[in-house]
Structure formats: structure tokens, C-alpha cells
Design a binder for this molecule. Sequence first.
Ligand code: BTN
Length: 230
Amino acid sequence: MKDSVNRKVFSYSLLDSTQDEAKRLVSKGEQLPFFVIARKQTKGRGRLGRRWVSDEGGVWLTYALKPTENVNLLISNYAAAIVVKRMIEEYGVICSLRWPNDVFVENAKICGIISEAEYFGNELSFLAIGIGLNVENDVSMKKELKRDVDSKEIAERLIRHIEDYFSHVNKNEVIREYLNALDTIGKKIRVKVDDSCIEGIAKGLDDEGLLIIDEGRNEVRLADGELQAA
Ligand code: BTN
């Protein structure tokens, strides 16, 4: 389904998961890039195997795109967080980003992002960036902005921002902007990675976007993990 400016947006009232629908569309031969959006999801997927509650009142969106030298899995994740932050800040509130991909207003997580890479054989075929933005529900933009916001309008706005940002995305700029918005740097943090925990000071991001943690004796670099209260 092409919208008025020729973007491919597949819109549903109900889906299992927009991530899964994006995969089905690609395997049926749909050309990248495209968006999938649903008013409700029955199997919304969060990071680390968690369920993502996706009742009406949010924007549940997947952007499926080809990876490039400027956009790999990690960078796509950061870039999406920047786009969401910029979009929300147009409403006059400041957002912060929590590594690796949560968007906060004050102390409320109002958006979560999951980036998944799909392979055909050994070849990286496409990236599916899933954005779950709480707009009119419990912990949400509406509550933090203290005004009415409409999920449909926010979805359209977000799609425009994503398309614009990703049309000239540059890896180094993404890393720089993401780093500036991170509330994690300079703090003592604990990150759970699989079954182990890494504890130290978050020092910054390296040239590839990996989070640098100073453990005292060692320096560790991470692409993913679960940030816990230190
Ligand atoms: C997180 O755990 O913070 C990430 C949540 C990502 C949820 C979004 S909603 C749209 C897309 N489809 C899914 O099934 N998950 C993502």
C-alpha cells in the first residue's frame, strides 16, 4: 500500500507482530524499504525474549530496510532511538536515551526499540527495526506531554521522520548524536549479558558504536545487554 508520497506502508488493525509480518512480506518478495504498522499486536515482541504489551493506544511499527555500510544492526537501533527522540521533542519535552535502546521522558520509558537482522543463508538480507511507542496508554506520551495526542498522527509523523533520517544516515553522526543523548555515560553501571554481569563506569562509545565500560582492570565493549541499577 503506497501512501500519498509513495512510501510503502502496510497498515493493519490486528497482527501477531509487525516484526513477523515484515519477515513474511520479504519472503513473499516485497521490495525494501517498507513500513508495517498495526493498531494492536497479539504477540508483540520486546527485547531479550520479553513480551511487549501492544493494545490499542500505541504506535507499533516496523521499518524494514536493507543494511548498508552506514546502517548495521547496532547503528539502526541507535538511529531509530534518535529519530523517536527528535520526533517527541517537537512537542516541547526533552527525552533521554538509555543504552541500548530505550527512550525516556523524565523517568518514564515511553518507547522501546528492537532491531533484528534477518539472514538468507550466510547473507544479511534485511534489518527490521521495531518501534513500540506508547502514545495514549498508561505510561505514555499523552501523560508526559499532559495533552491529547493521537496515535495515527504520531505514526505518520514518525514515518516521515524515519524516512527523512535514514535517507542520509551517516554512521559517525549517529554515534555522535546518540552519545550526546545517552543518560548512561559517566555513571557506574551494571550490564547483564547472557548469564554474566559486567560492572563499571560507562566511558563512551567506540568508533563502531560499542559501549565502552571501564571495569577497573579491564575495558569491555558491548553491543547489547540489559542495563540494571548498579
Ligand atoms: C523493548 O523491549 O523495549 C523493545 C520493544 C519493541 C516493541 C515493538 S512494537 C512494534 C514491533 N513489533 C514487535 O513485535 N515488537 C516491536
